[in-house]
Design a protein around this ligand. Structure first.
Ligand code: SAM
Length: 245
């Protein structure tokens, strides 16, 4: 899978994602990451990419021309590789978008290419957004200074859903949000740490009991910390409570 990021700060993207699991996946060529500097595409002789907003108001806005030309260049390169450049999804990361979640990450992991557009300053001229953007996605209801961190958050979450990126495929399947529930508590060595013991059932070797305990713990944690997720799980798994009664 290939990630293409249109940004004014390409070094942030590369440095932020080149380490650990995602870095290893890049080395193994399971995923690729390209950060394209929008500034390289401006036709302004002073390399300017932003200007004042019509109608007044504080702050500068990223102009349409460099963003559009950067996108065209990336779409053209995808075409050259035999992909579908102009049909590739273009995600504008923006606080005004739909909120990103795990199911979205899993779905987007099925794309061959994805283009991210990172805004800065007051954002991006609406006309180029209308022209190239297919998805408007937010990472939460707060405003950051730029789209680079949101793009990195999304790329990390999507990339780890690409087969082969995680060492053990299972670890992506059973963790938090994969079925609405938060993951159960986990323990590693030693068995006794500062007087706190690992729950007995986890040492029992009884696989079924361990699974039952984990589900109960997941339910308990989700009910306490994310009651709305618990309700969704409970609605879809009513037979669990009938069985338990
Ligand atoms: N003026 C914009 C508004 O009120 O909606 C906010 C612009 S923000 C200061 C600059 C850029 O940061 C945005 O264009 C977007 O790319 C990015 N950004 C900020 N907060 C974000 C969030 N919660 N999710 C995704 N992107 C965000």
């Amino acid at each position: 899978m290939n990630f293409h990021v249109l940004t004014l700060f390409p070094e942030m993207i590369i440095q932020g994602l080149a380490a650990s699991i995602i870095g290893r996946a890049m080395e193994k060529e399971i995923i690729s990451l390209e950060a394209v500097n929008i500034r390289d595409y401006t036709i302004n002789k002073h390399k300017k990419v932003d200007d004042y907003t019509y109608g007044g108001g504080a702050g500068m806005l990223m102009q349409a021309q460099p963003v559009y030309d950067a996108w065209k260049a990336v779409a053209g390169k995808i075409d050259e590789k035999g992909g579908k450049g102009r049909e590739t999804k273009v995600i504008y990361v923006t606080p005004q978008g739909r909120t990103f979640h795990q199911a979205m990450a899993k779905e987007l992991a099925g794309e061959e290419d994805l283009i991210f557009l990172c805004g800065h300053y007051e954002g991006v001229d609406e006309r180029v957004l209308e022209e190239i953007v297919t998805d408007f996605v937010s990472i939460g209801d707060y405003v950051l200074t730029g789209g680079e961190l949101p793009a990195m958050v999304m790329i990390d979450a999507i990339a780890r859903m690409v087969p082969g990126v995680l060492g053990n495929r299972e670890s992506g399947e059973t963790e938090s949000f994969s079925n609405y529930l938060l993951e159960y508590p986990q323990y590693s060595r030693p068995e006794n740490w500062m007087g706190k013991k690992v729950p007995e059932v986890l040492l029992s070797g009884d696989h079924q009991k361990v699974e039952e305990w984990r589900l109960e713990q997941s339910l308990k944690k989700t009910k306490e910390l994310r009651p709305e997720l618990y309700e969704r799980w409970a609605q879809e798994n009513q037979e669990y409570f009938i069985r338990k009664a």
